[in-house]
Unconditional design. Structure first.
Lengths: 115, 115
């Protein structure tokens, strides 16, 4: 069974500071990993995904994430936070073992950016 | 390119009633997945439809059912509504359901309130 744990349901950073959102996963087979962002009253939008190519994945809006198999982690980072980054971020895991695309999401981390 | 659209955006029902939510998939996508997102939680997988058949299901009771039509649009039906069914229902379309590595394209959701 696959699962995702996001550490910290709320994270606050100052504008211009480093953003670090933590995600650990569990999967019985090599996983596909995703980060999605959700703005208020909207659906989810893909930020980036890991699909077994490069372990450092670059996404939209200056975000990136590094896949570390030994730590079963896929933390999301951005060097300098912008006010527009305030949103909820979801880490997700998927695999092909079930024969269909079941994506399991974490509980989410709400990012607050302080001016 | 037309994105994923959902209707209605908001609705209020009472316990015991039935509800139908609708989703039009993104142009060219043949797979539709439905997720339930309760307040403060991550999306939970309900089921997935591919070629008009349900090909995967999460831990939801049979009163949650669905359909997919030849044009790949989809419906989610929930019978005998309970208070805990109050949530944002998200539809997502995608390609390659068996590979697990595809991006999900989400609609903005239908917010259901059960009184």
């Amino acid at each position: 069974a696959q699962s995702v744990t996001q550490l910290g349901s709320h994270v606050s950073v100052s504008e211009g500071a480093l953003v670090l959102l933590r995600c650990n996963y569990s999967s019985s087979v090599p996983p596909y990993l995703f980060w999605y962002v959700q703005y208020p009253n909207q659906g989810l939008q893909l930020l980036l995904k890991y699909t077994s190519a490069a372990t450092l994945v670059k996404g939209i809006n200056g975000f990136e994430a590094e896949f570390k198999k030994s730590e079963t982690s896929f933390h999301l980072t951005k060097p300098s936070a912008h006010m527009s980054d305030a949103a909820e971020y979801f880490c997700a895991v998927s695999d092909s073992a079930s024969g269909y695309q079941k994506v399991t999401f974490g509980i989410g981390t709400k990012l607050q950016v302080i001016p | 390119e037309t994105g994923v659209t959902q209707s209605p955006t908001h609705l209020i029902k009472t316990r015991g009633q039935q509800v139908t939510l609708r989703c039009s998939s993104q142009s060219g996508h043949n797979t539709v997945s439905w997720y339930q997102q309760a307040l403060g939680q991550g999306p939970q997988f309900i089921f997935q439809y591919y070629r008009e058949e349900e090909n995967g299901r999460g831990n939801f009771p049979p009163r949650f059912s669905g359909l997919q039509f030849p044009n790949y649009s989809s419906e989610l039906n929930v019978n005998a509504l309970e208070l805990d069914d109050s949530a944002l229902y998200l539809c997502a379309s995608s390609l390659n359901p068996g590979q697990g590595n595809g991006e999900l394209f989400f609609g903005e959701g239908s917010r259901l309130t059960v009184l």
